[in-house]
Design a protein around this ligand. Structure first.
Ligand SMILES: Cc1cc2nc3c(=O)[nH]c(=O)nc-3n(C[C@H](O)[C@H](O)[C@H](O)COP(=O)(O)OP(=O)(O)OC[C@H]3O[C@@H](n4cnc5c(N)ncnc54)[C@H](O)[C@@H]3O)c2cc1C
Length: 427
């Protein structure tokens, strides 16, 4: 990997997501050699992926080069590498570009879409976890409209214009809202010769309310917002299969659709060699202690989505969200320095800053610890928070200008089929 040996301890970080970047930024100023490995050369701001899928933002505006985040730190090294295995005995990571020894290892590999073992759904539905996947979805949506225009078969046209989103969490809700706005504001203008009323957006949710991680008020209001936008919400319905044509459920609901987005769950992205049943728990996450140490190891840590830190308030582990990932990354940076200096580490305490979701123009729901609010103000808060956490001044400016433009013009100009959708496996 062409990384020099130094007198500093070597910390290898797998993953340049929220947790990995926060950790690297903390550590890079210290007396440690930091090596960050990621299979992409960019950090992805996943909360805005749905806007890429629906043509509201260009993909580049939510990605940021990892090398740029840390380019001013002499002890920092980035390598574009897929980590294939971890040899815990010899303290070495094995990657597609070679092997590397570590003194300390931090797994910050995030999560992947969880299909709960249904290979048919995995094969036929769309995921939205990475930028390439979002571009796939964007192309598929637009290609389906083009095809709908050409077919004279009414059933076929129906299926092409039916959008089924499985999962009523923030991702499903935000995507449904964006699709509903496309139907209302863009389709009639772009496709005047298509009966755009046929475009139907469905959310299928296995539980009795959408946004079940938020307050009941937020769920209710989000449901109202979506219904006003014309989204069909199916609650207490579980999708059992999708063969590429028909969505089947545990009830009577059957939907013919060419676009099914699976937003019903994620699971930890664990790595071979460090996936023992001793510490892998629910959701394929690695159980860690209050210092983010993986059970059974002193020098191997996990942070972010892949880590399962159980607390009194979160007995099944902290939520798989950006805030726990950032906070764990930062705290582990401080703790690793303490560890090197033989000082006691500080246990991690999660500061819950709340949750939010947007449904569309002027419509969002926000649950903070003390205040819960919905509507226009919530929407501004949602925008401000997302702009604040985006990495890079240029990205913030581009996203802000896009949002202002889209707001004034009721538009989403990135509705482009740059790369026709062919392969679901491009990640
Ligand atoms: C569509 C969507 C919307 C979301 N919206 C919100 C939201 O509104 N608010 C919120 O708080 N959270 C949201 N989340 C969740 C949030 O994005 C995650 O919790 C967060 O990204 C977790 O951070 P992480 O650092 O653990 O992992 P990630 O950010 O996923 O980063 C993991 C990194 O590891 C790399 N990697 C993985 N495996 C390997 C390997 N073997 N070799 C090399 N590199 C590897 C990946 O390329 C990636 O860069 C959303 C997620 C999605 C998918």
């Amino acid at each position: 990997m062409n990384i020099p040996k130094t007198s500093f301890p070597r910390v290898v970080i797998i993953g340049g997501g929220f947790a990995g970047v926060a950790l690297a930024k903390k550590l890079a100023k210290q007396e440690a050699q930091v090596v960050l490995l990621d299979k992409h050369n960019y950090h992805t701001f996943q909360p805005l992926l749905y806007q890429v899928s629906t043509g509201g933002l260009e993909p580049d505006s939510i990605a940021y080069p990892i090398r740029k985040v840390l380019q001013n730190f002499p002890n920092f090294y980035f390598r574009l590498a897929n980590v294939e295995e971890i040899d815990t005995e010899n303290e070495r990571v094995i990657t597609n570009i070679g092997d590397l020894d570590f003194d300390y290892l931090v797994v910050a590999s995030g999560s992947v879409t969880n299909y709960f073992g249904n290979t048919e759904i995995e094969k036929n539905s769309m995921a939205m976890k990475t930028i390439p996947q979002s571009l796939n979805l964007r192309s598929l949506i637009l290609e389906n409209f083009e095809d709908a225009l050409l077919t004279s078969d009414l059933n076929e046209r129906n299926a092409l214009m039916n959008f089924v989103i499985v999962g009523g969490g923030p991702t499903g809700v935000e995507l449904a809202g964006a699709l509903a706005e496309i139907k209302k504001g863009i389709l009639p203008k772009d496709y005047p010769d298509l009966d755009t009323r046929m475009a139907q957006i469905h959310i299928i949710q296995s539980g009795d309310r959408i946004l079940k991680g938020m307050s009941e008020n937020a769920s209710k209001k989000a449901e109202d917002f979506l219904e006003k936008l014309g989204v069909n919400i199916w609650k207490n319905v579980r999708v059992t299969n999708y063969d590429g044509e028909t969505v089947t459920t545990n009830g009577e609901l059957l939907l013919n659709a060419k676009t099914v987005v699976w937003a019903a769950g994620v699971k930890g992205e664990t790595i071979k060699g460090l996936n023992s049943e001793d510490f892998i728990t629910r959701g394929n996450r690695m159980v860690v202690n209050e210092f983010n140490q993986v059970k059974g190891f002193d020098n191997i840590f996990a942070v972010g989505d892949v880590a399962c830190m159980k607390t009194e308030d979160f007995p099944h582990g902290l939520p798989m969200m950006a805030q726990p990932a950032i906070q764990q990354g930062e705290q582990l940076g401080d703790n690793l320095i303490k560890l090197v200096e033989n000082k006691p580490m500080k246990p991690f305490e999660y500061t819950d800053k709340g949750a939010m979701a947007t449904i569309g123009r002027n419509k969002a729901v926000v649950d903070l610890k003390k205040f819960k609010f919905q509507g226009v103000f919530a929407w501004f808060v949602w925008m401000f928070v997302h702009l604040f956490f985006l990495i890079g001044f240029r990205n913030r400016m581009v996203v802000f200008i896009n949002w202002v433009y889209n707001y004034i013009r009721f538009d989403r100009e990135a509705r482009l089929i740059i790369r026709p959708f062919k392969n679901r496996n491009i990640e």
